[in-house]
Design a protein around this ligand. Structure first.
Ligand code: SF4
Ligand code: SF4
Length: 183
């Protein structure tokens, strides 16, 4: 999956990587783990959310930036009435993947991190000007086109890997004894 935003200042700034809510990982994070790109000590800090099929739209509204498209449904299919998602846990301080050099595993970033400082609120594209780099980026790109393309590419990527997601999460949960949380 493409990492669209290339911001070199992130290593110095890091301010958006603090106090983060749960971040659901797409298959790119799983791929990185399977390829040995993320060390065991980091993987062990991840969690698996267990979501009943009947709750998938409620959790989509809680977790996702694009309430009009519940891409949780594109990422993985339910098995025996439950979905399972690999996630970075909510933290009040710094994200578990944050280091002095910035995001430790940029290729494994959740969808939301990959498009920050842009986000969607009430179906409208917004920019978070808390990021010092936001204005400069906005001058470089047409935000709504950029975000729409990013979303479209993400959905294609999710669908392509949908069949593998559930089994892969189950294997990771067993291998690393990841904490399972009922959402
Ligand atoms: S606030 Fe902006 S510059 Fe700072 S870490 Fe986040 S994306 Fe990078
Ligand atoms: S995954 Fe990387 S970019 Fe996203 S919050 Fe964590 S450290 Fe920051």
């Amino acid at each position: 999956m493409n990492n669209y935003i290339k911001i070199t200042q992130c290593a110095d700034c890091k301010s958006c990587c603090f106090n983060i809510p749960e971040s659901i990982c797409s298959f790119n994070a799983i791929e990185e783990i399977l390829n040995g790109g993320i060390t065991e000590s980091y993987v062990k800090q991840m969690v698996v959310y267990h979501v009943a099929e009947k709750d998938i739209d409620r959790m989509g509204k809680q977790w996702l930036m694009f309430p009009s498209v519940n891409y949780l449904r594109y990422m993985t299919g339910p098995e025996k009435g439950f979905y399972e998602f690999l996630a970075l846990p909510a933290v009040k301080d710094n994200c578990i993947l944050l280091t002095d050099k910035g995001c430790l595993y940029p290729a494994a970033k959740p969808f939301e991190c990959g498009m920050y400082p842009f986000y969607m609120y009430k179906l409208q594209f917004r920019t978070d000007y808390e990021c010092d780099y936001a204005k400069e980026l906005e001058d470089d790109i047409h935000v709504s086109e950029f975000v729409s393309q990013y979303m479209a590419d993400h959905l294609i990527y999710c669908e392509k890997n949908k069949q593998n997601y559930f089994e892969a999460v189950k294997d990771l949960k067993n291998k690393y004894q990841l904490r399972a949380i009922n959402a």
